[in-house]
Design a protein around this ligand. Structure first.
Ligand SMILES: C[S@@+](CC[C@H](N)C(=O)[O-])C[C@H]1O[C@@H](n2cnc3c(N)ncnc32)[C@H](O)[C@@H]1O
Length: 242
């Protein structure tokens, strides 16, 4: 199945609307389930991505699909002048804003409603862009990636974190069982949306992984592209430049 036809509810609404509705539904449980299902490993993945950005000392950072702002918060360790987080789910950002308040980061990090595919920032605005577990949910992946390249400064870097599939067959087998049966079951029990964690599994399966996603980035004119497997290839960090 083509990845952009995988939607949360298989309803007549556009994918973007279904995705926003799903994340609004699960916003209150998202952080808990993220840590529970990944055994807290996701925090280390974001740290690696932030380390990859650190060489360029970015002053302005855009966190696309910011959700509850975890990636934006991780980027604060780079001491940039400004971080903007954008997302199509107001419910997720509401949780994020509470966290920013508690952490005293509301001045540094600003959250705004915005769709990656239609963001209207001027060309060449940001030194760096990060996207954590967001690109898989874009309605039109190439349109979104091209728009992000447009608003990235020349020489600026994008770091994309996304689920992937391990190459080792034994680990892949265990991961497939966990992801196909355990994740949707726990998601159904703890979140108030019965479809959300089945959509997660379906969308990861259908999405381009590793070198295939790098090809998509290259088709969108990103330079110096690479990917780095994380935790046996369960996730991948993709890097590109303008
Ligand atoms: C799995 S969450 C990831 C949140 C956060 N980045 C993290 O690392 O935990 C995916 C987020 O992407 C957002 N999203 C999906 N499509 C989007 C789009 N086209 N533009 C902006 N945000 C989008 C969803 O609303 C959701 O909050």
């Amino acid at each position: 199945m083509k990845h952009d036809t995988v939607t949360p509810y298989h309803s007549k609404e556009e994918k973007k609307e279904q995705v926003a509705q799903m994340f609004n539904n699960i916003a209150g449980r998202y952080d808990f389930l993220n840590s529970f299902l990944s055994l807290g490993i996701h925090k280390g993945w974001r740290k690696k991505c932030v380390k990859a950005l650190s060489k360029k000392n970015p002053e302005s950072i855009l966190d696309v699909a910011t959700g509850t702002a975890d990636f934006a918060i991780a980027c604060a360790t780079l001491h940039p002048k400004k971080i903007i987080g954008v997302d199509i789910s107001d419910g997720m950002m509401e949780v994020g804003r509470k966290k920013l308040n508690d952490l005293g980061l509301s001045q540094l990090i600003q959250l705004e409603n915005g769709n990656a595919e239609t963001l209207t920032y001027a060309d060449n605005t940001f030194d760096a862009i990060v996207v954590g577990f967001g690109v898989r949910n874009f309605q039109d992946l190439e349109k979104g990636l091209k728009n992000l390249l447009r608003i990235l400064k020349p020489g600026g870097q994008i770091v994309i974190l996304e689920f992937s599939y391990p190459k080792n067959w034994l680990i892949k087998f265990g991961y497939t069982i966990y992801f196909s049966y355990v994740t949707p079951l726990i998601g159904r029990i703890f979140s108030s949306d019965k479809r959300a964690y089945s959509y997660l599994t379906e969308s990861v399966k259908a999405f381009p992984h590793n070198e295939n996603f790098v090809k998509v980035m290259q088709n969108c004119a990103y330079k110096n592209t690479s990917y780095h497997g994380l935790t046996f290839g369960v996730a991948a960090m993709y890097i590109g430049e303008k």
